[in-house]
Design a protein around this ligand. Structure first.
Ligand SMILES: [Ca+2]
Ligand SMILES: [Ca+2]
Length: 70
């Protein structure tokens, strides 16, 4: 089981503008900061889409958390 506090910290790190949602662009730059430069905008969008439960094309913390607990 994932740790919700750890998940929140991770979510806040990725959510660069702090609006409570992770966009494909934020996800891409978060991975680039971790040294993963292979993730293109298209890949980031596909990853977001696969985790996006309500179809608004951004990840809320609930969706992020649901993904971690799969
Ligand atoms: Ca954001
Ligand atoms: Ca969503």
């Amino acid at each position: 089981m994932a740790d919700i506090e750890e998940a929140r910290k991770q979510f806040q790190r990725i959510d660069a503008d702090g609006d409570g949602f992770i966009t494909a662009a934020e996800f891409k730059s978060a991975l680039a900061q971790q040294g993963d430069w292979n993730v293109t905008e298209t890949v980031a969008e596909a990853v977001i889409k696969s985790r996006d439960l309500n179809g608004d094309k951004v990840l809320s913390f609930d969706e992020f958390w649901a993904y971690l607990n799969k």
